[in-house]
Structures are given as structure tokens and as C-alpha cells.
Write a new protein. Structure first.
Length: 194
């Protein structure tokens, strides 16, 4: 549990930094993203919902209220600050070792809590990169977090593809020179650029 929680802390801190870097320009929210048909607003709302509210609710074993799933988080004046605060609450909810034990009922199936948390860390990082790319920012990912995300992407890539969460893998020009995070992005159908 210690290592995945440390990666969750790292990914959440970078997500908060990237969110603050989006800025207040409304035109930026309609910009395209690496996520198919989604504009930046749609991507941000998905990212905020599942990686902060969803992350906390999973730890507490509570379903997401319908009010949250319908909310436009980006409509709030300081949505990035609110996201950072919610991320802090979510990460704190996963601090207790017992939260990582047992299974979570996702409504359509049960999965080990640690696997669900790992997938949300992947969402934090990969969608964090998407937001950074869409808004002209750099995404910073340490080697350990990158390797962790690659492991999760590799394990679930075909499932994500089945539900159109990932595109087909991208071939890297020099895979041996790529970081683990760049390989994770490519495997998820994204084109990392140096």
C-alpha cells in the first residue's frame, strides 16, 4: 500500500498544478484534447469527477451522487482550487492501510480496492497529461510513477480499448529511449512528444 499511495500523492499534486495552469480564459475550455471528441471542458469535468470525488467516494465505499455526475465543475470561479482541495481529501481518505483491503462494488462488478485505486492513479496521470497537452503545459512524471502507470496501462489496455477509453497503440520512433510514462501514453493510444 505504501508505494501506490505515494504515487497517488505525486499524481494528485501534479494534477493540481496542471489544473491551476489551465487559466481562466473561457476559449481554452473549448480547445481540442488528445481524448477524441472531448473538448477541454469535457475532459476537465471527467478528470475532476473521477480522480477527486470518485477517488474519495471509492475509499469511503459510497456511490457517487447523481448531483456530482451532472455538475460542470469548470463553471465555478475557482474550480482549480476546489479540485486541489478535493484531491487532498481524496488522497487523505486512502491514507489508512485498511482502505486498500477487500473489494469495491463498482455497481457492475467487484474489484480489489487496490486495483481500483491504481486505475484512478493512472487516470490522474494520463488525463493530467491530456489536460497539460491541450493547454500548452508540460506534464511532470517521476520515473517511479511512470513505471507504475505503465504497469496499470499494460494490464488494462485491452479493457479500456473495448470501451473506447484508449485508442490503438502508437508506435514510438525509438522505444528504447522512451521513458516508462511515454511508453504508457503510447500504449494508451497517445503520441508523446519530447
Amino acid at each position: 500500500m505504501t508505494e501506490p499511495h505515494a504515487f497517488m500523492i505525486e499524481a494528485a499534486a501534479e494534477a493540481a498544478r496542471v489544473a491551476r495552469g489551465v487559466g481562466a480564459d473561457p476559449a481554452r475550455l473549448s480547445a481540442p484534447t488528445p481524448c477524441g471528441e472531448w473538448d477541454t471542458r469535457t475532459l476537465l469535468n471527467h478528470w475532476i469527477l473521477y480522480t477527486s470525488h470518485g477517488l474519495e467516494h471509492r475509499a469511503l465505499r459510497r456511490p457517487l451522487p447523481e448531483e456530482l455526475t451532472a455538475r460542470d465543475f469548470t463553471a465555478a470561479p475557482d474550480w482549480a482550487g476546489a479540485y486541489a482541495e478535493q484531491l487532498d481529501r481524496a488522497v487523505a481518505a486512502w491514507a489508512a492501510p485498511e482502505v486498500w483491503e477487500g473489494e469495491l462494488d463498482l455497481g457492475y462488478e467487484k474489484m480489489p480496492a487496490a486495483e481500483v485505486a491504481s486505475m484512478i492513479v493512472k487516470e490522474l496521470a494520463v488525463h493530467g497529461w491530456d489536460v497539460a497537452r491541450a493547454t500548452g503545459q508540460e506534464y511532470r512524471c517521476g520515473a517511479g510513477l511512470g513505471a507504475f502507470v505503465l504497469e496499470v496501462v499494460d494490464r488494462y489496455a485491452e479493457v479500456y480499448r473495448r470501451y473506447e477509453g484508449f485508442a490503438e497503440p502508437v508506435t514510438l520512433p525509438d522505444p528504447a529511449a522512451a521513458t516508462a510514462f511515454e511508453r504508457a501514453l503510447a500504449l494508451s493510444g497517445r503520441t508523446p512528444a519530447r
